[in-house]
Design a protein around this ligand. Structure first.
Ligand code: ZN
Length: 295
């Protein structure tokens, strides 16, 4: 766990800075296809993400807010116009695999091939390779951190080891049944932590499979109040921090959720939240780390 000593911060003392990263995983149909859900209705759930994306982009434009979009190569090649709109509005495009298959289920060679293919799609779309990565379904393999470093990434956003403090991602953690946990070596890759509690999907999506039902469909206002309270707690406990919300256009893009999300943005703005792309927030975190402010 990291704790930043504010007195030696590059920002003036007594000037708290509470950063919010709005992140959108623009999966469209990719997650359904990766799970073998290719019936017309399943695919149409993902297709609704195109409508959701238009609404989100309009809302962010009206508030002059920049955000980060984790876009699978599948979405870039299937819906190029929708992805071009993200770029044209000035948002960051980051890596979210090509086919939305979790790395933990792939061989190293499969994972690297998918990583390279998706990065090529991002480069064609945006003119540069991704600086940031978020794994499909938030499940890294033992190879992921090394692959991200080898391919020049600045940050990952798939782990849950902290809430408001970015931290160095580790390679080679050792966890064996019946033995103490041995942390691996810290790397230069910056981890921008996430949480299922700050992800729209489990709160809102109704999913029925042969073995389980995820009920979802919670009150949007109640979930947004939880998300606002998370920001309040960050303000109460740290003078510098980053809070990351994870959303999916096909989830948050429904009307009553958009209204609640709009209210959340207004309340965060009134409380002096600093909205940043994740790349910019990671670079600011890197400044703190480089000054030895982490312990
Ligand atoms: Zn996703």
């Amino acid at each position: 766990m990291l704790y930043f000593i504010v007195s030696s911060s590059p920002f003036p003392k007594n000037m708290p800075r509470h950063i919010v990263c709005l992140t959108f995983d623009f999966d469209t149909q990719s997650g359904f296809i990766a799970r073998g859900m290719t019936s017309p209705t399943a695919l149409s759930r993902g297709e609704f993400g195109l409508t959701g994306a238009r609404r989100i982009l309009a809302l962010l434009k009206s508030r002059r807010l920049r955000s980060t979009w984790f876009i699978p190569g599948f979405t870039i090649e299937s819906h190029p116009g929708a992805c071009t709109a993200v770029i044209e509005e000035g948002h960051e495009v980051a890596h979210h695999s090509w086919a939305h298959v979790p790395p933990a289920s792939q061989t190293r060679a499969e994972e690297e091939a998918d990583l390279v293919r998706a990065n090529a799609a991002i480069e064609r779309l945006s003119g540069r390779k991704a600086r940031g990565y978020r794994s499909p379904s938030w499940d890294l393999s033992d190879s992921t951190i090394d692959l991200l470093l080898a391919h020049g990434f600045l940050y990952d956003s798939s782990l849950m080891g902290a809430d408001y403090w970015p931290y160095p991602a580790r390679r080679g953690d050792r966890a064996e049944l019946g033995k103490p946990f041995i942390p691996g070596q810290e790397t230069a890759l910056i981890e921008m932590p996430i949480s299922w509690s700050l992800d729209d999907f489990p709160h809102f999506e109704f999913v029925r499979t042969t073995s389980a039902v995820l009920p979802g469909l919670q009150s949007a206002r109640a979930v947004m109040q939880n998300w606002l309270d998370e920001f309040h707690y960050m303000k109460k406990t740290v003078d510098w921090g980053v809070l990351t919300y994870t959303m999916h256009p096909y989830v948050i893009g429904r009307g009553y959720r958009m209204l609640a999300f709009e209210d959340l943005l207004d309340k965060l703005t009134a409380e002096d939240a600093v909205f940043m792309t994740m790349e910019d927030a990671a670079r600011e975190a890197q400044e703190h780390m480089g000054k030895g402010e982490a312990c």
